[in-house]
Each structure stands twice: as C-alpha cells, then as structure tokens.
Design a protein around this ligand. Structure first.
Ligand SMILES: Cc1cc2nc3c(=O)[nH]c(=O)nc-3n(C[C@H](O)[C@H](O)[C@H](O)COP(=O)(O)OP(=O)(O)OC[C@H]3O[C@@H](n4cnc5c(N)ncnc54)[C@H](O)[C@@H]3O)c2cc1C
Length: 438
C-alpha cells in the first residue's frame, strides 16, 4: 500500500464486506491490483453470516444457493468450495390450517387433495410449458396481472403465488414484475443447495481467496464519504482517516451508497426510496429431534409462510438434531413482531407438534431485509435497477440491487464481478475479470 498526502493509496477501495464486497475484492486482487475492503461492522459477511450455537448452524433465516445462478458461477470461478445437499422438491401445502401434498411434481399434482380435478389439469398444463416461458417478455407486467390473464382458476393462481413467494421471497404481486417472478421460478426448478455449516463457508471462502491474492480487509471501518478528485478518489472513514484510490466499488445498501456519493448519489437516493426493500421475519430453531419426519417442508398457500428442515440435506446440526427455519414473507404486513412470532409458532405446531419439548436453540428475527430493492413491473423488472456505473466516474456499485442480472445473492455476485471488471478497466493496465476465466 502506498501513501499519498498521508493517506494510504491503493488501486481500488471496496466499501462493504458482504458477499458482494468480498467477491469484488477477490476479483480485483486476483488481477494483481491492490485493494482494501472497508467493512463497517466488527466482522465481514453482511447478511450471509452464520452463527454456530451448540453445534447448530444458524444462517440469518433460510438460505438456499441457486445451483445455476450467478453466485454459484462466481464462487466456482473464484475457487470457493461449495458443499451441501439438494432438498427434495416434495413437501406439504398449508391451507386453512390443514396440510396437503404440495403439488410440486406431475405425480403430486395428480394425487394432492389441495386441488380439484379442473385445477389439477390446469396446473399440469402450466407445469408442462413453464420452463419455456419467455420471462423477459413479461418484465413490464405485474405478477398479479400476469396471473389473472394466464391462469383461470383462483386455486391455481393462489398456488402459483405461493411458489413465487418461495422462489423470490417477495409477497407483493401487485407491484412485482412477472418477468422476475417467472425467471426466478425457472431458476429454482434447476435446483438449490442447503450448504454444510451454512453460508459462513462462502464468506470465509471469499475472504480467503481475496486475502491470499493480497486484499486487505479492514473491519470496524465505516466509510462516510467518497470525494471525487478526477483520477483519484478519497474515501473518508468515520472518526477520521481516509484512503486514496483510482477506483471505488460501493457494496453497501443503496441508501448508504447514495449518501456516500453525496450530490452524485441524488438520483440513486430517490430510486432506493421508491423501490423499497423485500423483507421477511424468521424463526430459526434447533431441535434435539424432529417430531414429524414426513413434514420437513411446508409452504403456506393462503398465508405467506414457509417452514423447512435444512439439516439432513445440509450438515447444519449435531448428530440426531434438527435445524429448521420458519419464515414469513412480510409484504406490506402491518402485524406486530409478537403477532408474527405467534403465526410462525402456529405453523410449527401444525407441522411439528411437540417441538417445544425438543427445543435446544431458538432465534426470532422480526424484520430482515432479504433484498434491498423490489423489482417492480413499473420499472421494467431487473432492467429498472441502477447500473453499476455511477454519476461519479471511477465509482461502481455492487449488491443485490445493482445491475440487471440475477436476484438475491445471484444479483450481489453478478454485479460484484461487473463492478470489479469496470474498476480494472478504469485503471490503465488491461487485466480484467474475463481474462481470469480461461
Ligand atoms: C432471511 C434471508 C434469507 C435469504 N435467503 C437467500 C436465499 O435463499 N438465496 C440467496 O441467494 N440469497 C438469500 N438471501 C440474500 C443474501 O443473504 C444476500 O443477497 C447477500 O448476503 C447480500 O450480500 P451483499 O454483499 O450484497 O449485501 P450485505 O450482506 O448486506 O453486505 C453489505 C455490507 O456493507 C456493510 N456496510 C454498510 N454500510 C457501510 C459503510 N458505510 N461502510 C462500510 N461498510 C458498510 C454492511 O455492514 C455489510 O457487511 C437471504 C437474505 C435474508 C436476510
């Protein structure tokens, strides 16, 4: 690290040490450039951290890695080991307090008591053609409009809405882009993984890759401003101190990014306020054993609820133990945290009666940001998100809200790679991420 007017000087400063910031730093460092990551909190990882309690691995709510998504591709490119199992697609559907077979395969469609004959035929027809739907063509249509125009029976619409919630985490059919919903359901059909020892393994893997390539990761270092001096940017830290850099990658939530950019972030600030986050509440539970092994997965049909046993599929609990997650997709829900916690407990009572006597660890998180910005039909779906280039040349954006590729962590890592490439290209030497991919 060089020094310029007393400030350390590097090729690239990355602000934010979540998955996006760590991946961006790894790409930049592997291209031979000097990079420092500034992370506000005392540890890196952001929303992908896992807390180990008594041998139970607590992700921040249920986390599944999309096997064919941009995150999987970037992790493999960066040499990060991904180990875990693929959950079965079978499960239960909760409707009016009763559990039915979830019609997630053609055979389950035929046998479930959830749907009448006409609805089964319509569901079967949709299943048969769904993979071929052109998601992009529906980007400007809301999920609600799309369902009303394409699906005749209310029961099938309701089921479809529940499957979209599962794949996207989003419960806002009136605003959400149908294109994003369809694309993400198609992505889910290609399979997901529950990871052994949780998503912390991805954080640790990205961090190791970045550090081995020379990146410096500084925790407890909140950035407060980015100043533009032409070819050089100054990143100021809370409490004094600063870094000089040729390029900056901002991998924070959008409102923070806008504030760091000052006047150059005015448009971004307005956009982030209108897009609004996708939120969820989760009850994460460690049990000494599972009362009902036949109800490992339950999807709420008339309520935006989810329950899934992640251990067994992924190595996430001590021998004989069970790690499970219950979640509510919050939408514009106005219930109190206490009411939501009771709803989640009620789903557990329905699916896993007796769980309270087997409880070892529990954690309730009432209001998590799952995605920083809803992809609305009004904005044209993913195309409506801000580009990775900002109004301040040499400063780029990464995160689940930046760039037009992917959803959830797939968006974080797709934008991280693009931002790293842009940062590399903005400095004279030609190395770029794509040159690393051979
Ligand atoms: C309940 C839940 C379930 C999820 N399930 C899935 C799933 O199944 N599949 C999936 O793909 N994704 C899932 N996700 C999303 C996934 O966790 C995120 O997409 C991913 O972790 C986001 O990484 P990021 O780096 O973009 O953002 P973050 O993890 O939010 O990282 C941003 C970082 O910036 C730091 N920061 C903020 N301000 C500053 C500042 N001023 N200076 C320095 N640092 C700063 C923060 O401390 C943080 O570490 C889920 C998320 C939640 C909450």
């Amino acid at each position: 690290m060089d020094s310029n007017n007393g400030s350390p000087s590097v090729d690239t400063v990355v602000v934010g040490g979540g998955m996006a910031g760590l991946a961006a730093a790894a790409y930049v460092a592997r291209a031979g450039r000097s990079v420092v990551v500034l992370e506000r909190s005392s540890h890196a990882g952001g929303r992908a951290i896992t807390e180990e309690r008594n041998g139970y691995y607590f992700n921040l709510g249920p986390h599944a890695l999309y096997k064919e998504g941009s995150a999987s591709h970037a992790l493999s490119e960066l040499g990060v080991n991904v180990s875990g199992g693929e959950p079965p697609t079978s499960g239960k559907a909760a409707l009016s307090g009763v559990l039915h077979t979830l019609p997630s395969s053609p055979i389950d469609v035929l046998t479930t008591s959830l749907l009448g004959l006409g609805a089964k035929l319509e569901m079967g027809r949709i299943f048969a053609t769904f993979r071929r739907q052109d998601a992009q063509a529906q980007a400007n249509v809301s999920l609600e409009e799309w369902l009303e125009s394409k699906v005749r029976r209310p029961a099938v619409r309701q089921l479809f809405g529940a499957l979209v919630r599962l794949a996207t985490y989003t419960d806002d059919p009136a605003r959400m882009s149908a294109g994003v919903a369809i694309g993400q359901l198609q992505m889910a059909q290609q399979g997901v993984l529950y990871l052994d020892r949780g998503w912390q393994t991805l954080v640790d893997g990205l961090r190791t890759t970045a550090e081995e390539a020379g990146a410096v990761i500084q925790t407890g270092a909140p950035a407060v401003a980015i100043e533009d001096h032409g070819a050089t940017k100054t990143v100021r830290l809370d409490g004094g101190g600063s870094y000089e850099a040729a390029s900056v990658i901002v991998a924070t939530p959008p409102k923070t990014a806008a504030e760091l950019l000052g006047r150059a972030g005015t448009g971004l600030l307005a956009w982030s306020e209108s897009a609004g986050p996708v939120r969820a509440a989760t009850l994460d539970i460690g049990l000494s054993e599972l009362p009902r092994p036949d109800a490992r997965f339950v999807l709420g049909i008339d309520q935006p609820l989810y329950l899934s046993v992640h251990s067994g599929v992924g190595d996430l609990a001590p021998p004989g133990g069970t790690m499970l997650h219950v979640a509510k997709y919050l939408g514009d829900d106005a219930s109190s945290a206490e009411e939501v916690e009771h709803e989640l407990e009620a789903l557990l009572d329905l699916a896993q009666p007796g769980w309270r006597d087997l409880l070892v660890e529990r954690r309730f998180l009432p209001n998590l940001t799952v995605v920083n910005a809803l992809a609305t039909a009004e904005d044209g779906g993913l195309e409506g998100r801000p580009d990775i280039a900002t109004a301040m040349p040499g400063v780029y954006l990464a995160g689940d809200w930046a760039g037009s590729e992917g959803w959830l962590a797939d968006a974080s890592l797709a934008s991280a790679k693009r931002a790293a490439n842009a940062a590399l290209d903005s400095v004279s030497a030609p190395a770029s991420v794509s040159s690393l991919n051979r």
